[in-house]
Design a protein around this ligand. Structure first.
Ligand code: SF4
Length: 253
């Protein structure tokens, strides 16, 4: 008998309403290589920590909530960065699809590469993924590195690839005063998104400070000290520059 594949899971949320369409069972996978200054889950960063679970154990937990999913809901896998455990996610989504469950992947795309063995695995994953929630942290390469400790090459390449194959995505962008909230960068991001053929929705996520206590508990310096959430006016400005109202395909799904 082969040993079942296990994944490192940080936590789960039974009634997620902000990570994809409808009501969703959200799985937060453990481990991330990025270090976003605004990350509200720094406790997901450590690779190899978390609770070890099989895909059957996770799916059994999720299916208890199937009744609440209706036409649109389902399972979202988030993180941390779920693509660091791609084999586990493929198996989980294959089993979910066999049960007719809607699957969404919330990713920053950092592990993406067109090199093997990753690329072949990624193609497998796309066959069983209904929607990608694609987090684009910053459109500018250097600013992206300052904000997250990584450049955005693999992220934009993944976005490009998803456009090439017509994989539906929702683009998500965190609006942070003094970091991402500049008309110049928002306009560039809006122009970039407009080149993509697969965008169903564009979401602005206003920065909030809800994760600060985790940094204090973990003894990690918080780099956005003194920066407040954006005003409603700036959120509206970002929505206009990213042309959020033009992406309405998600309503038809
Ligand atoms: S990619 Fe996500 S989990 Fe990783 S540091 Fe950034 S916000 Fe946090």
């Amino acid at each position: 008998m082969t040993t079942p594949l296990k994944g490192f899971v940080h936590s789960t949320e039974s009634f997620g309403s902000v990570d994809g369409p409808g009501i969703r069972f959200v799985v937060f996978m453990q481990g991330c290589r990025m270090r976003c200054q605004f990350c509200h889950n720094p406790d997901t960063w450590n690779i190899g920590a978390g609770t070890e679970m099989t895909t059957d154990e996770l799916l059994d937990m999720a299916m208890e909530y199937e009744y609440f999913w209706g036409d649109k809901g389902g399972i979202t896998v988030s993180g941390g960065e779920p693509l660091l455990q791609i084999d586990f996610i493929i198996e989980l989504f294959q089993k979910a699809k066999a049960l007719g469950v809607n699957t969404a992947l919330d990713t920053c795309g950092q592990p993406f590469t067109r090199d093997e063995p990753f690329f072949g695995r990624f193609e497998e994953l796309m066959k069983v993924t209904d929607l990608i929630l694609m987090d684009i942290k910053h459109i500018d390469r250097q600013k992206h590195k300052e904000l997250t400790m990584w450049v955005n090459d693999s992220i934009l390449d993944m976005t490009q690839y998803l456009s090439e194959i017509g994989q539906p995505i929702w683009v998500r962008h965190v609006l942070i005063p003094e970091r991402t909230d500049y008309d110049e960068f928002l306009t560039r991001l809006g122009d970039y998104i407009a080149t993509l053929k697969n965008v169903q929705k564009v979401e602005i996520l206003p920065y909030h400070k809800m994760g600060i206590y985790k940094y204090q508990a973990l003894g990690i310096p918080y780099k956005l000290e003194g920066i407040d959430s954006p005003t409603q006016e700036r959120v509206e400005n970002a929505r206009r520059l990213l042309r959020c109202d033009e992406y309405k395909n998600y309503l038809a799904v």
